[in-house]
Design a protein around this ligand. Structure first.
Ligand code: G3P
Ligand code: MG
Length: 247
């Protein structure tokens, strides 16, 4: 399968579900994305202690929930009692940490594509990559487009490739050090997910020559988003879902 056959994704992607309009990585975030016309969302997934795939950005619960310590130290039953909305605004009090299963159901019901960022608890890169890829394959069975799996962790992507080789993969990075082309080739990635400040026209041409797609994050200035799309960037991941409008 070539990247051009597997890439069927919208140009604009809501970061962490609903950008800056709702508590990140929650069902309300995805609903906000939908309300603003977004047809694709990026969100971060890791495992509870008992192996349930949940949406959460940080390794620790403290910033975005009323829990404390590492999410990976708690079983899902305990995580499910936490409030992942109040930190953002009182109107979101009681918002739960969603499972990947719940998000699969929601996104498929509204026809939203998914970019699942595999965000392992440190030390759990391989098991997280494997489990999330297996689950994504089951939860999105027969759904088009398939979820795009991405990660900063090459170890997680390697595990995802082994567990669900047919799901497209993207490597996320904020530095382009020597050998990045080899990493993408080894993992048979369809895309590079790059910090937008590192994008150059020459890089876009090089990726295109290799048949690779380019997603950029996190672009919150509408002028910059248009510039990058004009240069040929394939996807812009943004928090500014109220100011950057899908066509
Ligand atoms: O997927 C791209 C972007 O989400 C990576 O950064 O920290 O927001 O997960 P972060
Ligand atoms: Mg992310």
């Amino acid at each position: 399968m070539t990247p051009s056959q597997t890439w069927q994704y919208p140009q604009l992607v809501a970061h962490r579900g609903g950008g800056s309009l709702a508590p990140e990585n929650t069902l309300s975030a995805l609903r906000a994305g939908t309300q603003f016309g977004y047809k694709m969302a990026e969100y971060d997934v890791k495992l509870s202690k008992d192996g349930v795939a949940i949406l959460l950005h940080d390794a620790a619960l403290d910033r975005t929930t009323n829990g404390k310590g590492a999410a990976g130290d708690l079983d899902f039953a305990a995580l499910a009692t936490l409030d992942a909305g109040s930190w953002f605004a009182p109107s979101f009090a009681g918002e739960a940490i969603p499972t990947l299963g719940a998000i699969a159901r929601y996104t498929q019901a509204v026809g939203m594509a998914s970019n699942i960022e595999i965000k392992p608890t440190p030390g759990l890169e391989t098991v997280t990559g494997m489990r999330v890829a297996e689950l994504a394959q089951t939860l999105w069975s027969g759904v088009s487009p398939p979820p795009l799996l991405s990660s900063f962790s090459l170890e997680s992507l390697r595990a995802a490739k082994q567990a669900a080789p047919s799901l497209p993969r993207g490597w996320i990075t904020d530095t382009l050090s020597a050998g990045w082309q080899q990493a993408l080739a080894e993992l048979e990635c369809v895309s590079l997910h790059l910090k937008h400040t590192l994008v150059t026209k020459a890089l876009i041409a090089e990726l295109r020559n290799q048949g690779l797609r380019l997603a950029v994050w996190t672009v919150n200035d509408p002028v910059r988003a248009n510039e990058l799309l004009g240069w040929g960037v394939d996807a812009v991941i943004t928090d500014a879902i109220d100011r950057i409008h899908p066509k």
